[in-house]
Design a protein around this ligand. Structure first.
Ligand SMILES: O=CC(=O)O
Length: 347
């Protein structure tokens, strides 16, 4: 850990250094002492546990599991946890609630980036781009044959979105111009606020699986969605279905997905998220013989989309505005500035 300022009023711990350049000047104007993990690599658990003792604020990434152990190590002084992420499945809400600790997160900062990545994965997977490049490079491209490397088209297709939130809706907006005939969605309940203007039809998950040519997973990882894409669901899908997951690896039973790909239950999968991340390089998903290269694994590429022009990750982009600025969020969430009720505070 690297100590940044020492106006000892509140101690705040940052678990990474991937934040906007104006973070520290802004925080130090609030008279707090800051400890920062001085690396892009996740802070080792033992270091985190040692450093959180007595802090008032913790600013973390999705690489840190914030559970009872961390909160106990921090002790009663901890008043706010803020995570620089859209998902907060790495934070135990139950444990925060028990201790009256508030949580801030950063919704909407990557809606566009993830939607673009989702479409990129969908097109690359359905049009077999990696497989085709591989064939071209390795001499597999002999004479031209009309049906060789044929993929699956979006025109007149049915696209099923599992989890119609901001990202799901942004994906539909981008897919619409490709001539999609029908958008279906499954969620914990109907979302007319999101669905009406698409338009998308609310259906049970099983129906979505049966009727969709493309299944796009954009939901949050919760106890209810953990492993929801399993053999039962894959077995309902068309054998031509393309499965895309840009939510969390835990939503999918990976072994069942592997079997579905091997057995030809579905055509292909495009994955931005896996369990664990990264997958070991010898993982069976990387080794599938007949559909190996149609399994396209992108490693959280939205990070690249967030890079500023100078290559520095910029989270204070003007278009993301007030609510999605994690530093502002953190400051407002902290007792350093009086608590303000923000829509982004989940606790
Ligand atoms: O996956 C990324 C995030 O939750 O911010």
């Amino acid at each position: 850990m690297h100590k940044v300022t020492t106006h000892q009023t509140s101690l705040v711990v940052f678990t990474n250094h991937s934040h906007g350049p104006d973070t520290f000047p802004r925080l130090s104007s609030c008279s707090c002492s800051i400890e920062q993990w001085d690396s892009d690599e996740p802070v080792p658990r033992s270091e985190l546990l040692a450093k959180v003792a007595g802090i008032r604020g913790l600013y973390c990434l999705l690489t840190e599991k914030i559970d009872a152990e961390v909160l106990d190590a921090a002790g009663r002084s901890l008043q706010v946890v803020s995570t620089m992420s859209v998902g907060y499945d790495h934070v135990s809400l139950e444990e925060l609630k028990k201790r009256g600790i508030r949580l801030g997160y950063t919704p909407d900062v990557l809606t566009e980036a993830v939607a673009e990545l989702t479409v990129a994965l969908l097109l690359a997977t359905s049009r077999r781009l990696l497989e085709a490049v591989h064939e071209a490079k390795n001499g597999g491209w002999g004479t031209w044959k009309p049906l060789w490397m044929c993929g699956y088209g979006l025109t007149d297709s049915t696209v099923g979105i599992l989890g119609l939130g901001r990202i799901g809706a942004a994906v539909t907006a981008r897919l619409k111009p490709f001539g999609v005939k029908r958008f279906l969605y499954a969620d914990i309940g109907p979302r007319p606020d999101m669905a009406t203007k698409i338009p998308a039809e609310f259906v049970p998950l099983e129906e979505l699986a049966r009727h969709s040519d493309f299944i796009v997973v954009c939901c949050a990882l919760t106890p209810e969605t953990q492993g929801i894409c399993d053999n039962g669901l894959f077995s309902l899908m068309k054998d031509t279905a393309i499965f895309i997951n840009t939510s969390r690896g835990g939503v999918v039973n990976q072994e069942d997905l592997y079997q579905a790909l091997v057995n030809g239950q579905i055509a292909a999968a495009g994955l931005d998220v896996t369990e664990p991340e990264p997958l070991p390089t010898d993982h069976p998903l990387f080794k599938l013989k007949n559909c190996g290269e149609s399994v396209l694994i992108a490693v959280h590429q939205w990070l690249l989309a967030r890079m500023g022009r100078d290559g520095v990750p910029s989270l204070c982009l003007p278009e993301t505005g007030y609510w999605s600025d994690p530093v502002r969020l953190f400051l407002c969430s902290c007792v350093i500035i009086r608590p303000v009720v923000l829509p982004v505070l989940v606790l």
